[in-house]
Design a protein around this ligand. Structure first.
Ligand SMILES: O=C(O)CCC(=O)C(=O)O
Ligand SMILES: [Fe+2]
Length: 401
């Protein structure tokens, strides 16, 4: 038996978090193997939604709840494990992170990285210096978090306007159908928010959660900073500007995609670009990330111990469009649940961001912006956000990449 509760069919007065909690308790009493809960309520003028798919045994081929079925024109066209012969660049960082800046091989490696960003908008790195056990510990804590009962996860439900917390992806409102995923984000001042969450989530064993993510955050921050600096070395002759990256920090985000009986009828995460400067994804051994290249979707093949590096919208601004953020999405599969750890490396909310790679006579393509402003506009315009900050008259004279 499958039971689907849809709070959106309740009268408006009942579409509240407390009605939602009642539905959850009701659902908990049923012997169900898939629960889908869906709430849309009006908060001021903005509409927010929450969706959760719980992982229970499902039968292959079983029909999906209607809310999760995507229009045929928007469905995945290739499976999570369908790979091209030509693979996304895999860059071995062995030596590069410690190599003297300016040496011949150093310059070559930097050029390879910049070329990968221009051609693909994404590359994978191995021998990045982050011990595997640091990754495994964070992944273990992530799995533990998503396997909590829904009621507990909802104690940390993401507020409609907030970034941190548990819930459906923030871009849910821009799509007609729901995505087959749940997510958890810890942002703002990363370290204090990790310990805040840890204390609330696991009062008795918060230390493990805290240590795992604080360590992960620290290591990922230095990797992100180093890669960003290297990219700028390849793009500008003014390395003193690199100091700005010392103030950048990370938002820790995790996506969980339960197995799905009909993966090609739904979407794990809809096509989007990241608002960050740089994004570092750890997808484990189960593929699902796909990027758009030359008008076609390409699956990113999992490599043991690799991190996926992606250009975000702010890096596009900082490089005056020389590096471009790339459309990507996540697809799901029938067999395995998938966990992705995502690190969004970004400036502090109020730091003003302008292109840093302008050569003589090159005009800035973008108006000065802060990350906070950018996120506000992205929350309203979604994929129109970069255009909103583009200076129209400067676009035609821009450098072709
Ligand atoms: O799960 C993935 O591989 C991609 C996640 C992603 O793109 C995101 O969270 O922004
Ligand atoms: Fe993304």
């Amino acid at each position: 038996m499958r039971v689907v509760f849809s709070a959106s069919v309740l009268p408006q007065s009942q579409s509240s978090p407390s009605a939602f909690s009642q539905l959850i308790s009701a659902a908990a009493d049923h012997p169900i193997y898939l629960r889908s809960l869906y709430l849309i309520s009006e908060v001021g003028t903005s509409c927010w939604s929450h969706s959760v798919v719980l992982e229970k045994p499902q039968w292959p081929g079983e029909k999906l709840p209607d809310e999760f079925v995507w229009d045929e024109s928007e469905r995945p066209t290739i499976r999570h494990d369908q790979y091209l012969d030509e693979e996304i660049p895999l860059i071995d960082l062995n030596g590069l992170l410690t190599m003297e800046d300016g040496g011949a091989s150093h310059e070559e490696m930097v050029a390879v990285m910049v070329a990968a960003c221009k051609d693909w908008g994404v590359f994978q790195v191995i021998n990045h210096g982050i011990p595997q056990e640091v990754v495994e510990r964070a992944r273990l804590q992530g799995r533990k978090l998503f396997s909590l009962p829904l009621e507990e996860k909802l104690r940390f439900e993401r507020h409609p306007q907030a970034i941190s917390g548990y819930g459906a992806t923030r871009m849910t409102n821009f799509f007609r159908s729901l995505m087959w995923s749940e997510s958890f984000t810890m942002s703002a001042s990363p370290t204090s928010s990790i310990s805040n969450y840890a204390m609330k989530l696991w009062p008795k064993e918060s230390q493990e959660f805290c240590e795992a993510f604080e360590d992960y955050d620290k290591k990922l921050r230095s990797l992100a900073m180093r890669i960003t600096e290297l990219l700028f070395q390849g793009l500008t002759t003014k390395p003193e500007q690199n100091e700005i990256f010392n103030s950048f920090w990370g938002t820790l985000h995790m996506n969980h995609y339960p197995p799905c009986p009909r993966p090609l009828e739904t979407m794990g995460l809809a096509p989007h670009t990241d608002s960050s400067c740089l994004t570092i994804v750890q997808q484990g051994s189960i593929g699902g990330l796909q990027i758009m290249r030359h008008g076609a979707w390409v699956s990113v093949k999992p490599h043991p111990n690799a991190f996926i590096i992606q250009v975000g919208d702010l890096l596009q601004v900082l490089t005056n469009g020389k590096l471009k953020s790339r459309l990507h999405r996540a697809v799901v599969n029938e067999r395995s649940s998938r966990l992705s750890l995502v690190y969004f490396f970004s400036p502090p909310p109020t730091t003003i961001v302008v292109p840093l790679t302008l050569s003589q006579n090159e005009k800035s393509l973008y108006k000065p912006l802060s990350w906070r402003e950018y996120l506000d506009v992205k929350a309203k315009l979604f994929m129109g956000a970069l255009d909103h900050f583009t200076i129209p008259n400067n676009k035609s004279g821009s450098i072709k990449t």
